[in-house]
Every structure is written in C-alpha cells, then in structure tokens.
Write a protein that binds this ligand. Structure first.
Ligand SMILES: C[S@@+](CC[C@H](N)C(=O)[O-])C[C@H]1O[C@@H](n2cnc3c(N)ncnc32)[C@H](O)[C@@H]1O
Length: 300
C-alpha cells in the first residue's frame, strides 16, 4: 500500500476553522484522501467533495473514505472544471483546499514515468495513458525541437543549463533512437553535462528537467490559474480558499491571484506571508521542505 504523508495538515485544518460550521468543503486535489479523512473527522457534519484528475488516486481514496461514504462525493476531473463539477451539487462550498503537484502514489509508481529515481516508460500524464491530456513526456522529448525543449526546461524548471541539456537530448536521440524510458532521459541529461557542472547543481541533475516536463505535460500552471478563478467564483460568501504549493512557479501564481482578489475587494488574505512547515515536520517528511500555505477569505 502506497503512503502519502499529508503536508501541513494541521495548518490546513486550522485555516478551514476560520469558517464556522462549514456545510461543504471541497478537496480539489483529493490524492490518497489524507486531507479528506482529517476534514471528515474534524468537521463531523460537513459534506466533503473530492476532485482529482487521477483515476487511480480516486479509487484508493474511495476505499480509504468508505466509512464516511454518505458524506463524501467524489469526481474524477481536472480542477480547472471546478465550477462545472460544483454545479452538480446543491450548495456553495465554505472551504476549498488545493494541495498542488504530484502524490507519492504517482511518484513511486515506475509505470507512471514521473520519477528520475525509478526506471519506467516516460509518460507523466496524471490522467494516465488513457487520458485525454495530449502528449506524453516521451512524445515531447522525441519530437520537439532543441529550442522548444530548452524553452520548456527554462520556463517550467528554471533550469540554468536548459540549452545544454536540450542540445544533449537531441544528440542522444539522433544517435540512439527515441528516448522511451525515464532512465534513458536521465542518461541523456547526464551525458550533456560535464561532471563538475553536475556536482555544482546541488540535487539530482535531472530534477528540474523532470519537473519542467511534468508541468508542461499536465498544463499545470494554466490548470492552477483556472482552478483558483473557478474556486473563488464557486465559494460561498465568507468561505475560505487554502492552497499548499511546492515550488516558486506555483507559489507566484497563488500569491498574485490572492493579491488581485484583495485589490478587487473580493475579501481578505488570511496569510500575509505564506505559512511554512515546522522543522519537525520537515525532519519527518522531506517532501514538506518546500511547502508554502496561503489562505484567503471571501467577503460576506
Ligand atoms: C499532493 S497530491 C494530494 C494529496 C492529498 N492532499 C492527500 O493528503 O492525500 C496532489 C493530487 O492532486 C492531483 N492533481 C494535480 N493537479 C490536478 C488538477 N489540475 N486537477 C485535478 N487534480 C489534480 C494529483 O493527481 C494528485 O493526486
């Protein structure tokens, strides 16, 4: 059984407690249901609506939440469609939570192709191979031009060696044929960077390229912009939006969306500065190290 340790769970719940007796809370990134289970325990009269674009996650969350079944409605959908999903419910939510990025289930399943640490087919689609999300990571790596690849690595991975790596990948595929597996991509990246550069990079040399491809394949930044907008529109007056992000590209979008909402008088920031996990949490769960939580309360 795959485990995903929920990040900043205590802080997420505290933020939701800004609403008195919530009728409905939406977990827009249900994942393995870690937040959802705690929400159902802490708010015993609340309906939980869970959304995820990953079918595998949905079926595991459904099993986990079976004892709460009469208070749980689950939808397999990207959160950019949150307004449409919620139009199937009869009420407006009092809280909406986003816990961005990938789950441990996705990262630790080699056949999903998200991880540079496991060998598997280079896929990375959160919807799975049967989804409609367009290109897999392999299609991008094998068919995009050197310039297009460099732009993706720079824009979505902030990889300073983006050009060198793109050149290396194109050379690698010309010489060896299509790159089909995660470890082949790692090899192509390593072969484009001299050893001293790799040592200077701090962290795995493939980390940022894998992040960039994952964001591009799943259109994650546009999803986030649309998801936040849909959440604000769907939320009940006085309701709260809580977002946990894991890298600066995500956090920037959340920060400016909430600032904009405040400027246009939609409500107030509950977090002037983002909350960060405690040292104790980071010690126990390395994935939490980059987390930032921002929360906003819609006006009555
Ligand atoms: C970090 S995990 C959430 C973990 C969850 N909070 C828990 O405690 O188990 C993120 C989840 O969000 C989903 N996800 C990411 N982007 C999404 C999107 N645009 N629409 C719907 N689900 C998305 C992923 O499939 C993944 O299952």
């Amino acid at each position: 059984m795959v485990e995903h340790i929920p990040v900043m769970l205590k802080e997420v719940i505290e933020s939701l407690k800004n609403v008195e007796s919530p009728q409905m809370i939406v977990d827009a990134t249900l994942g393995l249901g870690g937040y959802a289970e705690e929400i159902l325990n802490v708010f015993p009269a609340t309906l939980l609506v869970g959304i995820d674009r990953d079918e595998q996650a949905i079926s595991l969350a459904q099993k986990r939440l079976v004892s709460f079944a009469e208070r749980v409605h689950i939808y397999n959908s990207p959160f950019s469609a949150i307004a449409m999903v919620l139009s199937k419910e009869n009420a407006e939510p009092d809280g909406i939570v986003f816990d961005l990025g990938v789950s441990n289930l996705q990262l630790s399943s080699p056949e999903r192709g998200f991880s540079f640490q496991n060998d598997g087919p280079l896929d990375m689609r959160m919807e799975g191979t049967s989804g409609e999300s367009g290109y897999s990571a392999a299609q991008i790596v094998n068919t995009f031009s050197e310039k297009e690849l460099a732009d993706i690595f720079w824009k979505y991975g902030e990889e300073r060696y983006s050009r060198r790596i793109a050149t290396g990948i194109v050379r690698f595929r010309e010489k060896n044929g299509p790159i089909q597996r995660t470890f082949q991509l790692v090899e192509a990246i390593r072969s484009s960077l001299p050893a001293p550069v790799q040592r200077k990079m701090g962290g795995h040399p493939a980390r940022k390229v894998f992040q960039a491809l994952r964001i591009f394949v799943n259109d994650e930044l546009q999803e986030l912009e649309k998801g936040l907008q849909g959440a604000l529109e769907s939320l009940a007056p006085g309701g709260v939006i809580v977002v946990v992000s894991y890298h600066s590209l995500e956090d920037r979008i959340v920060k400016y969306a909430m600032k904009d909402w405040k400027t246009s008088d939609h409500g107030d920031l509950l977090t002037r500065r983002p909350l960060k996990p405690s040292e104790e949490e980071v010690e126990k769960n390395y994935k939490a190290r980059s987390a930032k939580l921002r929360a906003f309360r819609k006006k009555y």
